[in-house]
Design a protein around this ligand. Structure first.
Ligand SMILES: Nc1ncnc2c1ncn2[C@@H]1O[C@H](COP(=O)(O)OP(=O)(O)OP(=O)(O)O)[C@@H](O)[C@H]1O
Ligand SMILES: [Mg+2]
Length: 249
């Protein structure tokens, strides 16, 4: 059976605001599952709930049928959940390889005593190098991350997630701030990554979503408005109305 990450009736309240409201979805290896919706719809909050950055107010999360709702972000990384952040989260002063190696070490080495031992092994470095190769940054591993272009930093963000050798990848607007030229190879990479990962992609650009996604969930005001194939979502009057109502093109 292929690996799955399942959200069951997830809700998250911030004071009086229900940022995520009763969201259920299933991510499967081999599928690229896009989550779209206007600003403030709750997309990043949903990613943070799945990644263990935030506890849900209600609901449950299962990985391969095991309940991981109480797992911390670090425990979820060990369990095979990798994520990227909407705002680039790389360590600018460190080299590209160090950024990926630290992520590999954190996710692949189970505890602190082993962490010391792992420093003398090549496993995290090998995982980091493989991740950099996957995103096309293997030629710049020795450079400080701050010397990279914005597009390369976004690629490094993905490599940091891949370095932990996850089965589930949660990507929060990986194309943010990129033009079509930088974005196209990243979009192709995501399509490729979905062959052996369960991918959740948050993305605003409808053209990209309809090109790369297998399944689309549309969120508005924290709730799931629609769920279906790109063709079904494209044809949905409710989706069109929601987007026009929020003045998003
Ligand atoms: N830590 C927090 N504390 C309080 N409110 C929050 C917090 N994080 C998010 N929110 C609120 O929850 C709602 C959903 O935010 P979220 O960032 O999940 O939206 P989004 O769909 O990712 O939007 P965008 O497309 O702009 O990235 C917003 O109203 C936001 O202001
Ligand atoms: Mg967001």
């Amino acid at each position: 059976m292929s690996a799955t990450l399942e959200a069951i009736g997830l809700s998250r309240r911030f004071g009086g605001l229900l940022a995520v409201s009763d969201v259920s979805l299933m991510l499967r290896v081999g599928q690229l599952h896009a989550v779209i919706g206007p600003n403030g719809a709750g997309k990043s909050t949903l990613v943070n709930l799945l990644a263990g950055e935030l506890p849900p107010t209600e609901g449950a999360i299962r990985l391969n049928n095991a309940d991981i709702t109480a797992f911390s972000a670090a425990q979820r990384a060990h369990a095979g959940i990798g994520r990227t952040f909407q705002r680039t989260n790389v360590m600018l002063a460190m080299t590209v390889l160090e950024n990926a190696r630290l992520a590999a070490q954190a996710a692949l080495v189970p505890n602190r005593s082993l962490l010391r031992r792992a420093a003398t092994t090549t496993a995290p470095i090998a995982a980091a190098q493989a991740a950099l190769r996957r995103v096309g940054l293997d030629g710049v591993g020795d450079q400080a991350a701050r010397t990279l272009s914005h597009g390369q930093q976004r690629a490094l963000e993905i490599a940091i997630a891949l370095a932990g050798q996850p089965t589930v990848l949660l990507l929060d607007e990986p194309l943010a701030g990129m033009g079509a030229e930088d974005g196209a190879p990243i979009a192709a990479l995501m399509r490729d990554l979905a062959r052996e990962h369960a991918v959740l992609l948050v993305e605003h650009d409808m053209d990209v979503v309809f090109t790369v996604a297998d399944i689309v969930t549309v969120m508005v005001d924290g709730r799931v408005l629609a769920h279906g194939t790109p063709a079904e979502i494209r044809a949905s009057a409710a989706v069109r109305d929601a987007y026009l109502g929020h003045e998003v093109p």
